[in-house]
Design a protein around this ligand. Structure first.
Ligand SMILES: Cc1ncc(C[n+]2csc(CCOP(=O)(O)OP(=O)(O)O)c2C)c(N)n1
Length: 515
């Protein structure tokens, strides 16, 4: 057994059995070790942003980490934007970053770089393995960091000589760390606040947005008159028919201010105080009214369903005060011209039970909840860190985690062009993903941001940085080149027909929706 075998065995012994990878020479012994372990599913991504984004989507749905395999500093750097998104989602992940053999670093060979400095800002924990005998305990420590609530990004740097040297056969188990209990004082403060008659919003995030926890929160809302809201970006929401109806804090500052207007108390359950994505001249950065009291019930790392149950008990919200859940509605199929609403309406109408809807539709997806709140029950995954290019990888990872569920990806075209390589992974792994491209051929959101910033109207240079129409991107050929079947729709009926066809089959399909 060498260090690479020890790493592989430690991952498997701790339930990590999927590795999203893009390897290079320094990782050849790890590749060979993975090759000796058919229980490990190795999935190639043709760009490291696909690797890290897929590991994110996988863990959000599997509730356990995947490993990634990245090639030294540059490979890691290519994956950083989606690592940033994953960190913002509190996704558990174990990155294995290959490194030169320890005695080779002194030569400053071309791929040498300061891996720790690249890794740190997007990792919760970084560790450089010292020797083959250090591998198993380091990997177990990484898994512990990744799996401790609310989840974390653990990055292990694996020097090639530590991978190829003989290692002790002893395989370490990661400690399982119980999530912290909520503070009694916080619980009684919140209980009192819910009795004082002031206008209250309970803001939820993380695992408080899973169906069971939401149901408890819904009972608390029904009992106390508080309003439930979800944070603007969340890793996963279980929603649709039969689930508690919940709106997110809107992205746009004015809409968010309006949604939170008059709120006198904000109770945080694994959520943060809402702030604007950016500072805009003359607009506030914090989105709750100035006099609003912000009271924290639970941190993201607490057991959020338990915290909600404790609160429900404290306020007497029993099953006799049922939550407001969505009833399955008949959503009309759109007809006529195709626009973002028509696409989402069709998805809402046709979405099968238990689907996973991934959202990187950017400006086109702003109102998606309007068309999907009473659709068939589904999971909703969204971009959490604002670093675009997550959609195609995220959908891939979700599909790997849940092979029996349909994944529908709502993908804006500009963001899709950051990681189109992920389509090849959809095809290679025959993932059950329908990718819907919202082809507005523009960075539409940035046109609006220019206005919101008060930066004037776009002239030639600005338009050349914000428009994607010349040449138009041919997504059908792009998908086909990657091995994914694809078709184009320019009106609502054609789109609906294509969506129906794609839903009736298993495997990847892409619809380029011209809007
Ligand atoms: C990694 C990264 N690079 C750049 C940006 C800035 N940015 C935000 S939205 C956007 C364009 C989005 O366009 P598209 O995906 O087509 O969606 P649309 O605005 O048309 O809805 C860009 C470039 C970003 N958020 N993240």
């Amino acid at each position: 057994m060498n260090g690479a075998d020890s790493l592989c065995d430690t991952l498997l012994a701790n339930g990590v059995d999927v590795c999203f990878a893009n390897p290079g020479t320094s990782e050849m012994h790890f590749v060979a070790a993975l090759d000796r372990k058919p229980q490990m599913r190795c999935i190639l991504g043709l760009f490291e942003g696909v690797v890290t984004g897929a590991a994110d989507g996988y863990a959000r749905m599997a509730d356990k980490p995947a490993a990634t395999l990245l090639h030294l500093g540059p490979g890691l750097a290519n994956g950083l934007a989606n690592l940033h998104n994953a960190r913002r989602a509190n996704t558990p992940m174990v990155n294995v970053v290959g490194e030169h053999a320890s005695y080779h670093i002194q030569h400053d060979a071309p791929l040498t770089s300061d891996i720790e400095s690249l890794a740190r800002p997007m990792s919760d924990w970084v560790h450089r393995i010292q020797s083959a005998d250090d591998v198993s305990s380091a990997a177990a420590a990484a898994i512990e960091v990744a799996t401790t609530e609310p989840g974390g990004i653990a990055t292990l740097i694996l020097p090639a000589d530590a991978a190829w040297q003989d290692a002790s056969p002893s395989i370490q188990r990661a400690r399982s760390v119980e999530p912290g209990a909520i503070d009694e004082a916080a619980l009684s403060r919140v209980r009192e606040a819910l009795r004082n008659g002031r206008k209250t919003v309970i803001l939820l995030s993380g695992k408080a947005l899973r169906a069971g926890a939401l149901d408890i929160a819904g009972r608390i809302a029904a009992k106390t008159g508080a309003k439930l809201m979800a944070q603007q970006s969340n890793s996963r929401i279980e929603r649709g028919a039969g689930r508690v109806v919940i709106e997110r804090v809107p992205f746009a500052v004015d809409a968010a201010l309006k949604a939170l207007e008059g709120t006198e108390q904000l109770i945080l359950v694994g959520a943060r105080t809402p702030v604007a994505f950016f500072a805009y001249p003359g607009k506030p950065g914090v989105l709750v009214p100035e006099q609003c009291d912000v009271i924290k019930l639970a941190d993201p790392g607490n057991d959020l369903p338990l915290a909600l149950q404790q609160l429900a008990d404290a306020v007497g919200a029993t099953s006799a005060t049922p939550a407001m859940v969505a009833e399955r509605g008949r959503i009309e199929l759109p007809t006529g011209a195709l626009d973002a609403s028509a696409i989402i309406q069709a998805i809402g109408a046709l979405c099968p039970e238990n689907a996973i809807i991934c959202d990187e539709a950017v400006s086109s997806g702003r109102d998606s909840f309007k068309w999907t709140w009473n659709a068939a029950p589904h999971d909703f995954l969204q971009i959490t860190g604002g670093a675009i290019g997550i959609g195609i990888p995220l959908a891939a990872g979700a599909a790997v985690a849940c092979p029996d569920r349909k994944v529908i990806l709502m993908q804006a075209d500009g963001s899709g062009m950051y990681t189109p390589q992920g389509l090849w992974t959809h095809a290679r792994e025959q993932l059950d993903v329908i990718t819907v491209i919202f082809a507005n051929r523009s960075y539409a959101i940035l046109h609006n941001e220019l206005k919101m910033m008060g930066a004037g109207t776009p002239g030639r240079n600005a338009r050349r940085m914000l428009d994607l129409d010349s040449p138009p991107i041919d997504w059908v050929h792009m998908a086909q080149a990657a091995g994914v079947e694809a078709a184009r729709a320019a009106d609502a009926r054609t789109f609906t027909d294509l969506l129906r066809t794609a839903l009736s089959r298993k495997g990847p399909f892409l619809i380029e929706a011209i809007i």
